[in-house]
Design a binder for this molecule. Structure first.
Ligand code: NAD
Ligand code: DAU
Length: 365
């Protein structure tokens, strides 16, 4: 039985990971440490909240004393580190929190892990620090460039990407210098249940349902490589179970789309779900689809993101050959799962959107 601390477990990927892990490893103890920023939501953990092997701790990774106490109290032997400021647009407007949480917060966790796992007589028999990172650390690709491999030099372009790159380097250094048993995964764009509706796919779904403009930055030709969130969780599990200590693994979907095409695809899927469905048309009277019009009529081209990376693409050959990683959801099935989840969980997205998110948007745009 492992005692696993999941930082950022009330956020999008962290919450999906918690559900995945409890289902797959029911004998493990799982402790979520989350500061519940605007992006964290305890409702995301509601299905597991009352399980005996689960504990939620409302706390900040900037609080090093809290991390150390919690690690000793719970005999933590595994850390899966998701907690981060994760939205590129916010990092352009307010970078400071990204440096605090993503860089200083990660270093706090590494210091606490080193203290308990390497420098104390309470060290568990085995330990692991898994760091969840992003493909954005590699910078931007041109159309004919090969996809990012683990050997691609780092070239982060946004304050978000730079803060994640810094955290990756710190994790690497704690392995090289102190022998901390670490692994890192760098993943492409995720989508799926519980994603905060400031990111492209859930924002487009919510706006199409509520009859608001679908803002496309620039000409909409930027490319991202999309992965259903549970496939990311399975990839992390494989890295933790079979990955080489000190190694990094790229995780991706082999699924590149221009933004404009992805938005049109989401719109077309929504239109076909609405067709002939009276109940949906009554629930969402402002949706174009409720009136037999195309959702894509809401598409609006807006000013481009500053420093907007043009293309990301992941080469996951290493994870496939060493760990047997392969995504299970196609883009069609993943989008269908996501749309159905959003339609069944209207209360969830309405609740997360009527708070600080709206205030922030109105202040910055
Ligand atoms: P998210 O913004 O949805 O969730 C982040 C979570 O971290 C929230 O629950 C928040 O409350 C918590 N948090 C933030 N600051 C904290 C602090 N100081 N102390 C404790 N908790 C704090 O993010 P996400 O999209 O789920 O991303 C999770 C991780 O995966 C991040 O590290 C991100 O860089 C990485 N990642 C994300 C994607 C993606 O497409 N979303 C892709 C690759 C990697
Ligand atoms: O690649 C992995 C990264 O993917 C993660 O590390 C980040 O945490 C995650 O937020 C995501 O970053 P992106 O910037 O790629 O995701 P976002 O959903 O913000 O934007 C996807 C693309 O869509 C990007 O090219 C910008 C564009 N976009 C986004 C929004 C929110 C729009 O055109 N309009 C929008 O309203």
């Amino acid at each position: 039985m492992r005692s696993v601390m999941v930082t950022g477990g009330a956020g999008f990927i962290g919450a999906n990971f918690v559900h995945y892990w409890i289902d797959r490893y029911p004998d493990d103890r799982l402790i979520v440490l989350d500061a519940l920023t605007y992006a964290g939501n305890q409702a995301n953990l509601e299905p597991v909240q009352k399980q005996a092997n689960f504990r939620f701790v409302h706390g900040n990774i900037l609080d090093r004393a809290l991390i150390s106490t919690l690690m000793r109290e719970e005999g933590i032997d595994t850390i899966v580190h998701f907690a981060a400021e994760s939205h590129v647009d916010r990092s352009i407007h307010e970078p400071d929190a990204f440096i605090q949480t993503n860089v200083i917060g990660t270093h706090n966790l590494l210091m606490a892990a080193r203290e308990l796992w390497l420098d104390s007589d309470k060290a568990p028999a085995a330990h692991r620090f898994h760091h969840v990172s992003t493909d954005e650390v590699y910078g931007s690709l041109r159309a004919d460039d090969a996809a990012f491999t683990e050997a691609t030099p780092y070239a982060p372009n946004s304050p978000y990407a730079a803060s994640k790159a810094s955290s990756d380097h710190l994790v690497r250094s704690y392995h090289h210098t102190f022998g901390l048993e670490v692994t890192t995964s760098n993943c492409s764009n995720n989508y799926g249940p519980y994603q905060f509706p400031e990111k492209l796919i859930p924002l487009m779904i919510v706006n199409a349902l509520t009859g608001q403009p679908l803002p496309i930055y620039g000409d909409g030709k930027n490319i991202r490589d999309w992965l259903y969130v549970t496939d990311h969780c399975r990839g992390i599990d494989l890295v933790i179970s079979k990955g080489r200590l000190g190694a990094t693994y790229n995780i991706g979907g082999n699924n590149e789309w221009q933004n404009i095409d992805i938005v049109k695809q989401v719109c077309a899927s929504l239109d076909s779900i609405f067709a002939g469905n009276e109940e949906l048309s009554t629930r969402f009277p402002d949706a174009p689809a409720a009136k037999g019009r195309k959702s894509e009529s809401l598409i609006t081209f807006v000013k481009d993101r500053l420093g907007h990376d043009w293309r990301y693409a992941i080469d996951a050959t290493l994870a496939t050959s060493e760990l047997g990683y392969a995504p299970r959801q196609s883009f069609e099935t993943g989008i269908e799962l996501t749309l159905n989840w959003m339609l069944e969980n209207e209360n969830w997205w309405r609740a997360v959107m009527d708070g600080s998110y709206r205030d922030w948007i109105s202040k910055n745009y």
